[in-house]
Design a protein around this ligand. Sequence first.
Ligand SMILES: [Zn+2]
Length: 146
Amino acid sequence: MENEYSSVHHPWVRMIPVKMIIEARLVDDATECPAVHLATIDRELTTDAIGLSLAEGKAILSSAQRYFVREQCRGIAWAHSCCEKCGASLGRKGYHDRHIRTVFGRVTVRSSRVRCCGCSGMKPGASFSPLVKLVPTGMAPELEYL
Ligand SMILES: [Zn+2]
């Protein structure tokens, strides 16, 4: 990737084009998700500026944040597919897009609504969004702190 900080190309310097590929994957004790591509940095190894630019670093963090927040939201939805008190399977009422603001940018996620089973005092069939319960303001706690 050419930028304003690139070194001048000297004819006696051997140029070595490379790609640095940044990937993420979630791993727990039992499973390992396939790697997801986050970014590719193209460089002339010997002649381009040393290190990542600020813009590249921000883009990588933003991409990693988007991937991680979406996976967390998927986990939250899965964890709330059954009642945490009685274990009954909870029906889905539907989905909607929800925006979560974080320190590394806004992430749009799919948020589900689930129907209550009625064991916890809520009206049976009433619905709630597990994600809204966990992130009521749509803002990650660290961003609220800042
Ligand atoms: Zn229940």
